[in-house]
Design a binder for this molecule. Structure first.
Ligand code: G1P
Ligand code: ZN
Length: 552
């Protein structure tokens, strides 16, 4: 299909009555309620600032797509018309606007684009009453750094007008080429390039042999972006029976679900694997396809452990057969991967929360794999975390080792010891109460050193700060840490991605060597630390909540 619209860009400047000042600095994009995004000039003002700030806009190529949530279509239309007004030479759009975050990262790199705009609020609910978001990725395919976001923010504060051309909506439902004035719009299938990349990284014949045998699996796309990808990969190329992919059609409101693959929000899948006996393997991805949850029969794989297992077994996948350059994890992620890295003799970096901190290490070739406790795992194949990649990697390991997921975990702990780990989230806490709790705890940290906490002595307590080993940039205030003499630790952070009130995250970790008790329930293994931090930080009193909203 081909269409072309003649336009005169110079005639479409929209003047703003007041500058737009709502962009929260320090996040890699804008994430707000759908209602907010529908306010006149809101999306447009942010995009104007992005186009004024992003290098290479004149004559450049941009990648555009999203997770299919409510607002996706309108945003694509607005961004295309604004791109035409700003002199881009080409925008590559995914059919029906469906493009996962890792697939966007791949396309940016493959097509040498100046960057990409990904329309998603990730795992936050969608729909008219849900959230919408705009993420901007740079030319390396990864989230733009804080310096970019700050520059966008500065730009929005004095914005007086934006440019947009008038043109009929570009049809994006089928592949084709169109033009809006001098700008080309190339509509491509957003699934194809990603699937090709996966076929290069993994041995599809070997995985297919596993899946075609007695290996029933369930993948939950949560009515979000990974449905079409998973259908093609699992049921199409790898031969899983029809119905293996559940909730595979992207819906604007994700079927009223919360597309976050954890035990709370993906409980249907969790019940199938943890309570039933019909499936050997289960997995789910989030709204925009960058997160993953891995389950085996009666076995939940903690994301921190998942990173450690992938690292220990990396050479079983063709892409990593030659070994790993190094690994990295975010600070609150458990140290399970550190122990593996030590044994492999490779570097393990500890970065602040957020994928953007892995970018420099990946670009410099310092690391091959990286991950976060928040169900994010990835490698140097793109510059985002990648949910389906992690699922395929696990299937590759299972196809080679021919044992159950729980056997893999048992053998891993028997070799490296076990890091008992849990995250307690207190969501939608009144902002004052959350900040009050955090500030008070921060003030108490220096006095804790040498004191007893959960029956152990506190060996260190600080607010985590990071110096990037590549560009020496310093990022401070990344979370309160209470470190105990035996290597156990508690971390307390305030979420940077929530949109309602504040979210307090409490991360708990305790190490048991391979000679210890490896088969406890994490909540029981960590009980004294849970009690310790609840009392110290007065969580119940200050939040008014008896228990966390989500326990992972
Ligand atoms: C959360 C996760 C973090 C992840 C981010 C984006 O951020 O904790 O690991 O990088 O979402 O997916 P938070 O809400 O904790 O700031
Ligand atoms: Zn996401």
């Amino acid at each position: 299909m081909t269409t072309s619209a003649a336009v005169d860009p110079t005639q479409h400047l929209v003047r703003l009555d007041a500058p737009f000042t709502d962009q929260k600095p320090g996040t890699s994009g804008l994430r707000k309620s759908s209602e907010q995004f529908e306010k006149p000039h809101y999306l447009e003002s942010f995009i104007e600032a992005v186009f004024r700030t992003l290098p290479g806009v004149q004559g450049g190529t941009l990648v555009l797509g999203g997770d299919g949530r409510y607002g996706n279509r309108r945003a694509i239309d607005v961004i295309l018309r604004m791109a035409a007004a700003h002199g881009l030479s080409k925008v590559i759009v995914a059919t029906a606007g469906i493009l996962s975050t890792p697939a966007a990262s791949n396309l940016i790199r493959k097509r040498q684009a100046i960057g990409g705009i990904i329309l998603s609020a990730s795992h936050n609910p969608g729909g008219p009453d849900g959230d919408f978001g705009v993420k901007v990725n740079g030319a390396n395919g990864g989230p733009t750094p804080a310096s970019f976001t700050d520059a966008v923010y500065t730009c929005t504060q004095t914005l007086e007008q934006y440019s947009i051309v008038e043109a009929p909506a570009t049809p994006v439902d089928v592949p084709g080429t169109h033009s809006i004035g001098a700008m080309q719009v190339e509509v491509i299938d957003g699934v194809d390039d990603f699937v090709q990349l996966m076929q290069k990284l993994f041995d599809f014949d070997q995985i297919s042999e596993l899946i075609r045998g007695d290996f029933p699996l369930a993948f939950d796309a949560m009515h979000a972006v990974t449905g079409p990808y998973a259908n093609k990969l699992f049921e199409g190329l790898l031969g899983a029976p029809a119905g293996s992919v559940r909730n595979g059609i992207p819906l604007e409101d994700f079927g009223k679900g919360h597309p976050d693959p954890n035990l709370t929000y993906a409980h249907d899948l969790a019940d199938l694997l943890l309570k039933g006996d019909d499936y050997r393997f289960g997995a789910a991805c989030d709204g925009d396809g960058d997160r993953n949850m891995i389950l085996g029969e009666h076995c939940f794989v903690n994301p921190s452990d998942s990173l450690a297992v992938l690292t220990a077994n990396a050479t079983l996948a063709p892409a990593y057969a030659g070994g790993l350059a190094g690994v990295a994890r975010s600070m609150p992620t458990s140290s399970a991967v550190d122990v593996v890295a030590k044994e492999l003799g490779i570097n393990c970096f500890e970065t602040p929360t957020g994928w953007k901190f892995f970018g420099n290490l990946l670009d410099a070739g310092e690391i091959t794999l990286c991950g976060e406790e928040s169900f994010g795992t990835g490698s140097n194949h793109v510059r985002e975390k990648d949910g389906l990649w992690a699922v395929l990697f696990w299937l590759q390991i299972l196809a080679e080792r021919r044992c159950s997921v729980s056997e893999i975990m048992r053998q891993h702990w028997a070799r490296f010891g076990r890091h008992y780990y849990s995250r307690h989230d207190y969501e939608a806490v009144a902002s004052d109460a959350a900040h009050g709790l955090y500030d008070r705890l921060e003030g108490m940290l220096p006095g804790l050193i040498g004191q007893s906490f959960a029956g152990r002595s506190v060996s260190g307590a600080d607010n985590f700060s990071y110096t990037d080993p590549i560009d020496q940039s310093v990022t401070q205030g990344q979370g309160l840490r209470i470190l105990l003499e035996d290597g156990s630790r508690v971390v307390v952070r305030l979420s940077g991605t929530g949109t309602k009130g504040a979210t307090i995250r409490v991360y708990l970790e305790s190490y048991v060597p391979s000679s210890g008790d490896l088969n406890q329930n994490p909540q029981i293994a960590l009980a004294d630390m849970i009690q310790g931090i609840n009392a110290l930080a007065e969580i119940k009193e200050r939040t008014g909540m008896d228990k966390p909203t989500v326990i992972t």
